[in-house]
Design a protein around this ligand. Structure first.
Ligand code: FES
Ligand SMILES: [Fe+2]
Length: 457
């Protein structure tokens, strides 16, 4: 056979055409490449500053097999420290969250301050001959080469040569500021709830990029019991899919043509004072998206594995609706298992009543008790299982919606769109293919320089 492409080149070529070799959703060798080439160089969400409000507050977060401590030091600065003892590799902090003045390794009791510096070594003089043998200044906890904060969201990047977060986000920053607005006083988060399921991490990530096509079917019962409005289920094809920076997402259509901002948000359960705060905090193009286009962002994904969602749900028998926002991470455990991290987000200054209603809407729809969640997981676990069959692993899945058979686009991007980036109306898989193109682009790149071997601390 005349084919000099190696197997990976062929996979990437197929994916770019919208023909997905099904085994990429369960293949351990592919997962190995993803770890080395994707998670090692993309901006990764670690948590929100409101999770560590006071000096010494910390949360422990994983990125694949690496454990990190996100901690606020006595100088009020938030840092991310590698949770690995510089002596013999002990796990320095075993708790998931708390408040500490020092992290003491359980193995031989080296003690690290909240800024990561090594403060105490037992028998420093007797065992090491003091500074002569071991200079404590050189053995602080490692830090990822880059950490940046956007509207309180803490991100790290393990690639020493990473592009800045701002350019990585690009126009997606506008949508990120919709979900996590830059309100005075900031937002607060609850959770994260965490659970595992037997599905490949890419499926959820792609789905949140713009799979509105599954909603009328997978989530039909949510519409039938009127948990959410018809805009959120059966009428999803009236929304548009947007692509901006490293993100992709979907919108609901709340009305045709220009309309009042107050009315649209009011119908979605926003109390009056929240409407005013959101108008002041949201970027002007998000305000215009609602007013001019009658569109409200719903789900989206920042490549590779951070998703965001905003939707309103009915919270009582009087047909009262409340909106909520959630942040979620699709953290891979293996090629066939994912750990979900799900946070609830709310304006810190909102009334306790609004927070309670919004949280109720969240736990009814998403999180461990969420009905949407359960619908989705069933589909994704089944898909992951199916792709492991001898025959089934060899087929190509169809991800070509919105393309003619010759590969040309079926529709052009909208000419008039108030939001950032480009947008397509109706059902399509432009966003999923765009996500898969980012995926292919990363798998083609050499792994980045190692953050520690390159001397970063
Ligand atoms: S491994 Fe941490 S003190 Fe020895
Ligand atoms: Fe879904």
């Amino acid at each position: 056979m005349e084919n000099d492409m190696n197997e990976m080149d062929q996979i990437l070529e197929d994916v770019r055409q919208g023909w997905i070799p099904s085994h990429i959703y369960s293949d351990a060798a592919i997962f190995d490449e993803e770890q080395k080439r994707i998670f090692s160089r993309t901006w990764q969400f670690m948590g929100h500053v409101s999770e560590v409000p006071n000096d010494g507050d910390y949360v422990v977060r994983n990125l694949l097999e690496d454990s990190f401590i996100v901690v606020r030091g006595n100088d009020t600065k938030v840092r991310v420290l590698l949770n690995l003892c510089r002596h013999r590799g002990g796990k320095v902090c075993r708790n998931e969250s708390g408040n500490a003045q020092k992290f003491v390794c359980p193995y031989h009791a080296w003690a690290f301050k909240t800024d990561g510096s090594l403060a105490g070594v037992p028998y420093h003089q007797e065992a090491y001959g003091g500074t002569e043998g071991l200079n404590k200044k050189e053995f602080g906890l490692y830090r990822p080469p880059h950490m940046e904060i956007f509207n309180g969201l803490i991100f790290i990047n393990l690639d020493p040569d990473a592009e800045p977060l701002e350019s990585y986000l690009g126009d997606f920053a506008s949508y990120l500021s919709f979900y996590v607005p830059d309100v005075p006083g900031g937002v607060e988060v609850r959770g994260p709830q965490r659970w595992r399921f037997n599905a490949n991490w890419k499926i959820g990530s792609e789905n949140f990029s713009g799979d509105t096509y599954h909603t009328p079917q997978t989530h039909a019962s949510m519409g039938a019991i009127k948990l959410v409005s018809s805009a959120a289920t059966s009428n999803r094809k009236a929304g548009v899919m947007f692509a901006a920076g490293r993100g992709n997402g979907a919108t609901f259509r709340l009305g045709d043509g220009p309309g009042s901002f107050e009315e649209r948000l009011g119908n979605n359960g926003f109390p009056k004072e929240q409407i005013e705060r959101m108008r002041a905090a949201w970027p002007p193009e998000i305000v215009a998206l609602l007013q001019q286009d009658g569109l409200l962002p719903s789900a989206s994904t920042l490549f590779p594995n951070m998703s965001l969602l905003h939707i309103s749900a009915k919270i009582d028998e009087n047909d009262e609706f409340a909106p909520f926002t959630t942040i979620r991470l699709w953290m891979p455990i293996s090629a066939t298992e994912t750990e979900m991290w799900s946070w609830f987000v709310v304006d810190k200054a909102a009334s306790e009543e609004f927070k309670r209603k919004s949280y109720k809407a969240y736990i009814m729809c998403f999180g461990t008790s969420g009905m949407f969640e359960q619908d989705d997981i069933d589909a994704w676990v089944t898909l992951t299982k199916m792709t492991q069959g001898y025959v089934s692993s060899a087929v190509h899945l169809h991800s070509r919606m919105g393309m003619n058979q010759d590969g040309s686009p079926l529709n052009e991007p909208l000419e008039e769109y108030s939001g950032q980036g480009t947008a397509h109306i109706g059902f399509n898989e432009y966003n999923q293919r765009r996500w898969l193109n980012f995926w292919a682009e990363h798998l083609e790149m050499d792994p980045p320089a190692h953050p520690i071997r390159s001397g970063a601390e």
